[in-house]
Design a protein around this ligand. Sequence first.
Ligand code: ZN
Length: 500
Amino acid sequence: MFQNEQQVNNKTEDQKVTIDKNIDFWLWFLWILQEARIVDTNYSVKGSYVWLDWGYKLFKKIYAFAQEAYIQSGHNQMQFPTLIKESTFLKETDFIRNFENDVFWVDREGSKKLAKGERLALRPTSELIIYPMFARWIRSWRDMPLKVFQNVSIFRCETNETRPLIRNRETIGFIEGHSAFRSKKEALAFLKTIGKTYAILFEKLGIPVKFIEVPKWDRFAGSSKTIDGYVILPGSKSMELFTTAYLGITFSKIFNIEYLDQHKKKQFAHLLCYGPSIDRILATIIAYYGDNKGLVLLPDISPTDMIIIPIFNRKNKSTILQYSSEIMKQLISFGFKVEIDDNELTTPGMKFYQSERLGIPLRIEIGQKEFANNNITITRRDTLQKETLNWQSQSTQAQILKIQKDMDDSMRKNAQLTYQESIVDFSEKENLELLLENTKLNQNKMYLISWCGSESCAEAIEQQTKFTILGYDLQLKHKEKKKCLNCSSFGFVSVLSKRY
Ligand SMILES: [Zn+2]
């Protein structure tokens, strides 16, 4: 059990206790996972979680955005198996080196023990499953580009402390893309397209991302160019949100992904692989937008737009419920996704509390006062600002749309500010020792520094700061070069941070 899980269980028994996001991010994060019904972390297998109703609805919403992005960029959706034969695994030495401590192995078929080479691995990622199939499908230059994606569970036997949604042993929402091209030029051009596709996707999801070209020792196994997307969780550390990698012809040589070009000459295909996980996307959304009352969701992301809470007593119950149901029908006819909480066993206060924990963007209260005046009272989840709207008015629909838009704009603006505040620019500093003498580094920040790219300078900087160099900041690569923080060579703007 994660060390804070018991604390969360104890704390939530007394709901008056506030768990403060700014004081203990992890306690708060675990509290939200439980209170907003995202996942239940109390499953007997370490690093595996049960997705609960609200969490799974959010999962499907995020998945729909990602699926659309893949299809729009020319991918076909497929579904590949989970198991990999050990003999396939042994073909790629780089891969083995990178994943050997992470793999779960099946070493029995029923009661029969499997011989060496016959054992089966649960996929930690799908290159070894998909590329032997590419070799069957790609014969001629006409068969490319070939672009596929799938959404699968991946299994990694994390040796580090597991963290729900962030460091799992089973990640259920891995949306991986794989593509094959006739040349390096075509492959690298598509790597850029994927970068743009992800940039648009994460903008839609309201997540500010840093695109980083990672150093060679951190690249994806077998890759000669890897660009990762990093986020910084407010109040916490940096986290890799997705990776995109140019694999060159490494895997094509191993699995014989060969084709005849236009001059009937044999060539190897150039491969790309890339993907984010829905688990980490959701963790980022929770971290960026949640507050001490619970989840806060952008109107586009929320599985429902609003919840109606009728407030009645024994005397006016049928009138209020009748009025609420009419309002609900009209709201649905306007195109809104609406839910109603008319449970008689809970009080309106408990219902407000519940809708706030789930982060439902708008709450509509309908009581005697609203009924008598033909009104509704509407509350925004982000600011908890209340407004009374007259239902007679023809402009009710437009007024609600405006509240939604204002909420969306202000939430996104605040997220951008939070992101900007988490970045500290030290890229003009030239001396690491002087810097550390005058500055105490904060583990909730990303530091921009100038770094020459050498492994020895990275080691020196990392050793002295206890932070990690994530790589070059691609958005700032055009900036004038400054002296490296550790040597006299010139460097590119790079990102130094604590990371998960
Ligand atoms: Zn240097």
